[in-house]
Design a protein around this ligand. Structure first.
Ligand code: HEC
Length: 450
């Protein structure tokens, strides 16, 4: 057994000797990425020591008792080993599904650094951070125990338990990677602070199309921007604007301490208030007839509410955000609303002329070509066109449709480009609506000029 171990170490040493000319300088200045021993990763034993945790020493991750959203904590990795005279470590902070949790940052003592963030971990998640020793941090000759102290800014509490993995090298200071180095690994878990607030509750039939606000008994299509009404739906904060895209290029699945699942699938969150969450129905709901919606806020889950799901749930956005009156309709290829001049504060507006094309902003138009991932913005080349074709009427007269699909760069937002028929009489409140797959949108109005 001993011999076999020695042999297998030998080929590793030979192998890494081959790559030494480039890499030798790099190692004591920081180990290769993804060697914490967590989430299926190897540990430092790939090159150092024999087996991990076989010597009388330890590595301990000193964590706070719990975490709250956005707070920054000082974290210490403490390595104990009676014989070691040089020290190194690597640590990661991930959610249960292996994604980066919060943000790690080095301490001011120059003993720690963030490894090259561009290097991927084994879960093909390019955004996992690894914090580790610097060359100075190895403190050659020093007798332990020693500490590595750095900072961690907590994620939103709705990310749940955070798993910290650390691998440590209590080395013999021979400036080599040899069996005399002692490797230790550990895992530590950190839960969100228990909430003292009341549990979130989703209103019955309170999950509706965010454009039409049609009654919650109407099915919602996968990809629809929906509003979820209820109480205590977030941590009490107000996050009104569309959240930015995360490092994975998608909308976040949690905002203001709130996260939402449809049949267990996380829904991207646009904005978050205690009484209303604005989310996208995940594309993964394709083919189902109902979904169980659960909101988690402050670490507490709501009772599930059943929401009907169907292939199409057309809704036109309105300027007043209530699905009625002046529609969110612009003269095509401009930002000018097809509304009475001066009628909307802060934006340009003028009546559309017969023959002009309009851009009608809507949601719930169902399946599309080149479908982006749930939460990812729609592409522009190629465009994502709807599988079903809408029939638009303006002033009751059928209009020519030139495009129907996702609005490029946006999540869950569709647009229909349609031409104002020549026969439409002028007016400030001309009716505009459409039907897709036999389902009618809410009617809105536009202004049409001579
Ligand atoms: C792919 C091989 C490889 C892996 C994996 C690796 N190292 Fe190393 N390490 C080396 C080499 C080669 C050296 C010696 C050259 C040098 O000092 O730069 C070294 C040296 C060190 C030293 C100085 C050792 C001494 O006795 O002087 C420390 C500390 C260290 N590594 C820590 C770590 C830690 C912590 C890990 C795991 C998180 C790790 N290494 C993983 C290759 C590796």
């Amino acid at each position: 057994m001993r011999l076999r171990l020695a042999e297998s170490n030998l080929w590793k040493i030979i192998l890494s000797a081959l790559i030494m000319p480039i890499l030798v300088f790099a190692y004591s200045a920081g180990p290769p990425d993804a060697h914490t021993g967590g989430f299926g990763e190897p540990t430092c034993t790939e090159c150092h020591g024999t087996r991990a945790n076989t010597n009388p020493g330890s590595v301990v991750i000193q964590l706070p008792a719990s975490y709250t959203s956005g707070a920054t904590y000082s974290i210490t990795v403490r390595i104990t080993d009676a014989t070691a005279r040089r020290w190194g470590f690597q640590l990661s902070a991930r959610t249960a599904d292996g994604r980066q949790a919060g943000t790690l940052s080095p301490g001011s003592d120059r003993f720690t650094q963030i490894a090259n963030a561009a290097v991927s971990g084994p879960l093909s998640n390019p955004s996992v951070q690894y914090i580790e020793h610097t060359s100075t941090g190895t403190r050659a000759g020093l007798v332990g125990p020693i500490n590595f102290t750095f900072n961690w800014t907590a994620p939103d509490v709705s990310r749940g338990t955070v798993i910290f993995n650390a691998a440590a090298n209590a080395a013999n200071n021979n400036f080599a990677h040899d069996p005399g180095d002692h490797i230790y690994t550990t895992e530590a878990r950190l839960d969100p602070a228990a909430s003292s607030g009341p549990a979130p509750a989703v209103a019955a039939n309170g999950t509706v199309n965010n454009a039409s606000f049609a009654a919650g008994t109407n099915p919602l299509a996968p990809g629809t921007i929906a509003a979820i009404f209820g109480i205590n739906l977030n941590d009490g904060s107000s996050n009104p604007s569309q959240a930015g895209f995360g490092p994975d290029g998608k909308l976040p699945n949690s905002l203001g301490g709130a996260s939402v699942t449809f049949n267990g699938v996380p829904a991207p969150v646009f904005s978050s208030f205690a009484g209303q969450l604005n989310v996208m129905v995940p594309f993964e709901m394709a083919g189902v007839t109902q979904a169980s919606v659960v909101v988690t806020a402050n670490g507490q889950a709501s009772a599930p509410q059943t929401v009907p799901i169907g292939p199409l749930s057309p809704g036109i956005f309105s300027v007043a955000s209530d699905g009625k009156g002046q529609g969110a309709v612009q003269i095509a290829n401009t930002t000018i609303f097809a509304a009475p001049t001066g009628s909307i504060a802060g934006v340009q507006a003028r009546p559309a002329r017969p023959g002009e094309f309009l851009t009608i902003y809507c949601t719930g138009l169902g399946d599309v070509s080149d479908k982006p991932a749930t939460g990812a913005p729609a592409g522009s080349n190629p465009l994502s066109a709807t599988v079903a074709t809408p029939q638009v009427t303006i002033g009751g007269i059928p209009a020519t449709v030139s495009f129907s699909g996702l609005a490029p760069g946006f999540v869950g937002l569709y647009q229909i480009n349609a031409q104002v028929p020549a026969a439409v009489p002028a007016g400030d409140t001309v009716a505009l609506e459409f039907t897709i797959g036999g389902i009618k949108s809410n009617p809105v109005t536009i202004a049409v000029g001579p």
